[in-house]
Design a protein around this ligand. Structure first.
Ligand code: ZN
Length: 249
């Protein structure tokens, strides 16, 4: 069985979760961690988790939504600390791709959530785009662990994150023809890798013209097995254990 350790099963992307799970099951995908990115999606994820036993969730405010009502978010999180389906704080982080105009606000919201993660001993799901140095600086201020989702940096950066106790999230991007991230990923120890689709985004080759879905985690696992020159059964077994270790499921 494979796990999609990072997807966004929001209604606006997927209106038929039963069908999505059925299709994923045919590809032997049997567990999901669906991440919120905004205040409204936190409510959506909580509802989803209450309806499906194989869907676990992360609750967080993504840098793109760093102006959402933070206090309300924190209240939701704290009132769900005993919810067994809530396994992480995420996705949170820094994103300077569209500019650094609101950098201070992004850092403030990121750090507040890191402080929460430290206080309640929860793993974090980190989004970092064009912001590696600031991300590392923020993470170093708190005693937190988790995953660097959709990793796209150098091997040196990956190893630094690993040294800090993080796992590396790997998905469809490595299958893209021009992506040299595959050269980095094949050097990362398998016991620090989490497989993710980031559905509905970043569909792996050769399905890029379709919307991404958790069923494609199989394609990602096969691709990883291929570039690492190991058996897919090994990829499946080790990455499943990694999910258990990170999220304590
Ligand atoms: Zn994501």
């Amino acid at each position: 069985m494979l796990v999609d350790s990072h997807c966004h099963l929001n209604k606006e992307f997927f209106d038929n979760i039963d069908k999505l799970r059925e299709d994923a099951f045919k590809s032997r995908v049997g567990m999901y961690i669906s991440a919120a990115d905004s205040l409204s999606s936190c409510y959506e994820m909580l509802e989803l988790a209450s309806l499906y036993e194989d869907i676990y969730i992360a609750l967080g405010i993504h840098p793109e939504h760093c102006n959402d009502d933070y206090d309300e978010y924190e209240n939701i999180l704290i009132s769900n600390l005993n919810n067994k389906k809530l396994v992480a704080i995420g996705e949170i982080g820094l994103d300077y791709y569209y500019g650094k105009d609101n950098k201070e606000q992004q850092i403030k919201i990121f750090e507040r959530q890191l402080a929460l993660a430290e206080k309640y001993n929860m793993p974090v799901v980190v989004h970092s785009r064009d912001a590696t140095l600031d991300t590392i600086e923020c993470l170093k201020k708190y005693k937190v662990k988790g995953v660097i989702h959709c990793f796209s940096g150098s091997l040196q950066t990956a190893l630094e994150y690993i040294k800090m106790g993080f796992y590396i999230g790997v998905g469809g991007v490595m299958t893209f023809k021009k992506a040299n991230i595959k050269e980095v990923i094949k050097e990362i120890p398998l016991d620090r890798i989490l497989l993710e689709t980031d559905s509905p985004f970043l569909t792996p080759e050769p399905y890029r013209k379709y919307r991404n879905e958790p069923k494609y985690i199989r394609i990602i696992a096969e691709y990883l097995a291929n570039i690492m020159n190991i058996d897919i059964a090994e990829v499946s077994k080790v990455t499943r254990k990694n999910v258990k270790d990170v999220f304590d499921i």
